[in-house]
Design a protein around this ligand. Structure first.
Ligand code: RNT
Ligand code: ZN
Length: 419
């Protein structure tokens, strides 16, 4: 290992010349919570005692050894991965990750089914985020909250209501806000004739869920849109316009918009949407993913778009108002490595964004010095950011550089390969 401390001193001097206080930026980076999605660990299967695989138009591909088969294994894998993910963390679970001796249907779930998760989180000092599971269920095949069938729709409304109560339970147990994300896969493979009926029903269902739980505390509710899913290519009830419209119309302090980086047309970017959304809303829930040609949910990369999103949040001064969650599922590589790589990249993009000379660039822009603005932004692409990142990881004992990789290999040999 090289002299990480010495490297940091050099970088600190470099950034100070541009008025950037690296110590302060490290503090901001470290205290920004990242919500780690549990479902990378078991290919979005969950622990319900029922048959049937993943549905809802989302897919994992690959068959790498060692996926978690029960809650204990999943939590052990998360504990392992978290060692190498520096900074404030939360764990994001789905309703389908409940624990019960017998099958408990989605309209019957209760806080007690999530007690182990809550206790585990408390003992680690982390918060829990939550998601109703409106997919992978026989009653989700012809719509959920937008279903034309009243019984089916009532079933899913009840699920949503119970999930908000479970969210409040997590808040009370952990003392940390529970961010709930509502995503429905409802859509159509072919062209529907009635395109407004499902939307009106979806709106009504959300209204009913929020009305029935209006006294619930400590919960934020993201409404997530999507452009299409596998098997629902021609129509999505919860489109971007629908979700944005719904959230804006509610004027609520807890109903917020979720932006998933894989849920738009290939040339649309979430980074370009943030300022418009923040013109009207106070909070955003981000699902950081990596779409490759479609919503493929590849492991988050340290790529231009992930960096652009974090840069935009820093420039808008909205980092603290944005709930940042990861959402990807790759079954073709070691799943703990997937978490570590994706979460480190997300954190890395935040740090890189914080180490930009924002006020200098804003001043140049205000003066109309567009050449200067471009010159500075380009110069910073090659700034010694990695020296600060390495130092941060060392400080947090989260493994400098690739130090974590050998440990992943050992964990694979000793634990994962024996499953
Ligand atoms: C699906 C959405 C949704 C899910 C998770 C499992 O396209 O992105 O957020 O990935 O809820
Ligand atoms: Zn998502």
């Amino acid at each position: 290992m090289y002299d990480v401390k010495k490297g940091y001193e050099v970088a600190k001097e470099f950034y100070a010349r541009y008025g950037i206080d690296t110590d302060k930026m490290l503090e901001i980076c470290d205290s920004t919570p990242l919500s780690i999605h549990c479902w990378q660990g078991d290919d979005v299967n969950g622990f319900e005692k029922k048959e049937g695989g993943l549905t809802g138009g989302i897919q994992t591909t690959g068959n790498y050894m060692g996926k978690a088969r029960n809650p204990e294994e999943l939590r052990a894998d998360l504990d392992f991965a978290m060692k190498y993910i520096p900074g404030e963390k939360k764990i994001n679970i789905h309703a389908s990750y409940l624990e019960a001796d017998t099958f408990v249907d989605r309209n019957e779930i209760e806080p007690k089914h999530f007690e182990n998760w809550a206790n585990w989180a408390v003992s680690r000092g982390i918060g829990i985020d939550f998601n109703p599971t409106y997919f992978s269920h026989p009653k989700s095949n012809n719509g959920t909250l937008s279903a034309a069938n009243d019984d089916v729709r009532r079933f899913w409304i009840e699920h949503g209501i119970r999930c908000r109560k479970i969210g409040e339970y997590f808040y009370k147990k952990t003392g940390k806000t529970c961010v709930i994300n509502h995503w429905t896969p409802d859509g159509d493979k072919e062209f529907p004739i009635d395109t407004i009926g499902p939307r009106l029903r979806l709106k009504d269902s959300y209204d009913k869920i929020f009305e029935a739980t209006k006294d619930v505390e400590g919960v934020m509710d993201g409404i997530e849109s999507k452009v299409f899913g596998i098997g629902a290519e021609s129509f999505t009830a919860g489109s971007h316009e629908f979700c944005m419209g719904y959230v804006l119309s509610k004027k609520s302090d807890h109903i917020i918009l979720t932006l998933d980086t894989g849920h738009y047309h290939p040339t649309e970017t979430v980074s370009a949407k943030l300022a418009s959304v923040y013109t009207f809303l106070n909070h955003v829930l981000l699902h950081v993913s990596r779409p490759v040609r479609w919503d493929s949910d590849h492991v988050v990369a340290f790529d231009d778009e992930t960096r652009a999103i974090m840069e935009e949040l820093v420039r808008l001064d909205k980092l603290k108002d944005t709930y940042i969650a990861t959402d990807f599922f790759d079954a073709s590589i070691n799943r703990t490595a997937a978490w570590i790589i994706g979460l480190r990249n997300t954190r890395k993009a935040i740090l890189a964004a914080l180490l930009q000379p924002v006020s200098l660039m804003k001043d140049l822009e205000a003066k109309g010095d567009v050449s200067g603005r471009l010159a500075v932004s380009q110069e910073f692409k090659a700034a010694p950011f990695s020296l600060v990142w390495d130092y941060y990881c060392q400080q947090q004992d989260a493994g400098v550089g690739l130090e974590w990789l050998e440990d992943v290999r050992t964990y694979e040999k000793d634990v994962l390969s024996k499953r």
